[in-house]
Design a protein around this ligand. Sequence first.
Ligand code: SF4
Length: 507
Amino acid sequence: MESDKPWTVSPKGEGQRPIRSKPINRQQMLLRPVEVEKLVEEDHPVRAIWELVGRMNLEPFYAEIASVEGVAGRPVWEPQLLISLWLYAYKDGVSSAREIGRLCEYHPAYQWLTGLGVVNYHTLADFRVCHQEALDQLFIEVLGVLSYEGLITLQRVMHDGTKVKACASDKSFHRKATLQDHLCLAREQVQQMGDPESEELSQRVAKARQRALREKQQRLEEALNELEQIKASRSKVSEKEKARASSTDPEARIMLQAKGAYGPSYNVEISTDAQAKIIVGVGVTQSPTDAAELEPAVDRVEANLGERPKQVVVDAGLTNQATMEAMAEKQVDLIGALPERRGVAPDRLKQRGVSPDFYPQAFEYDGSADCYRCPAGKGLLYETQERQGASLRRRYRAKASDCRVCAFQARCCPGTKRGRSLIRSEQTPEMAAFQAKMETPEAQAIYKQRAGVAEFPNAWIKDKIGLRQFRLRGLMKVTLEALWACLTYNISQWIRLCWKPRRLAQA
Ligand code: SF4
């Protein structure tokens, strides 16, 4: 059949004969035989994923399937297929159920998996979030395979947290009054909803609108609950008043991102075995810092693999007294950076206009009374303490009434309405031992390996799998999304380090 356009003959140049070219016909319909098995090469990663998933115990995924032989109902897609589809899609950088549905229609790897079938995106979307325990179990099973292959030793595990954007915008964060206004409006709208069967719109559209309104009301109620939790976590009254929660994803928190900007996020905590950079534990928290995350991370690794890591390596965000004590109790060797001390340096005192005669060395410590004595003979009493890295910082402060009338005030604490304060840094025995260990060349050499191991899976998950922003909302669902991504990462490493080399050896 020939096309309408004259593509068969085209001019080549003045004075030359026109060339004869092949026709392009986009109006034709063709029926072609497809040999499904030949759609992908023998060493295509989709075969590795199918093979590995097929070796796993998938019974937990079957538990809720109602469609069984001898009972009325539609047949369902096998869990092995749905798991393989999601894993291959994540590996391919695809995290949308609709996109996978589209890819099933024309992409050879997806066609090979489904045997040219097309999986409905609702089925895929539901499957991703409806099997939390089964997915945890699958993650552990895959770790068992990787351990058997010698890719996990637990001799040294690097732990780090990475912020992943939540599926919510900055503008969705509101204070209590605004959330309450929105909630009142949503409740009114829900009450005014008519019977979908009497609506002028189609029943499907009316029901969808009603569902959306109810979900909006529910999210606003959750946001108000989360707001109370955020307030409870803050100590200062002024900070409590400023607290905001998202009306889109109430469980998201504003966190500092890697590039220095603040945004709605979750904190993904990843533990990586140093042997072959395999992820041995993953968790998601709402905490903007990693300070309290090492102990739960070690527990997760132990739950996944049946034993604790011999050594954990962390950055300065996780080295604090609580972490040191917890690791000592668990008999896990802790290697980590010490944060720089935030002691008030002379240049900062100078900036504040403090005269050198009133630098800390001019204040005398009285151990029996646990206070300092200033050059004017007044006492600076213990006020508060905080942990910073391997140090315990105790703050002492003079009475404001003493400093206000003191002749030295302009040289000692100019411009402050509160009394002069001093910081005293102390070290517990665990902190001192940790500091001494970290000053050895051996510990420093181990610590230097941290970034290369701990940040490799973080970068892979964000750059190759595309998990820079969650698609799902809520802590439970984003945890599942992170778990799918980490499972995909681990299987990718198995393909790279074990499956492909074996295929090459067999070829
Ligand atoms: S300003 Fe306050 S702390 Fe400083 S010397 Fe006077 S009384 Fe002491």
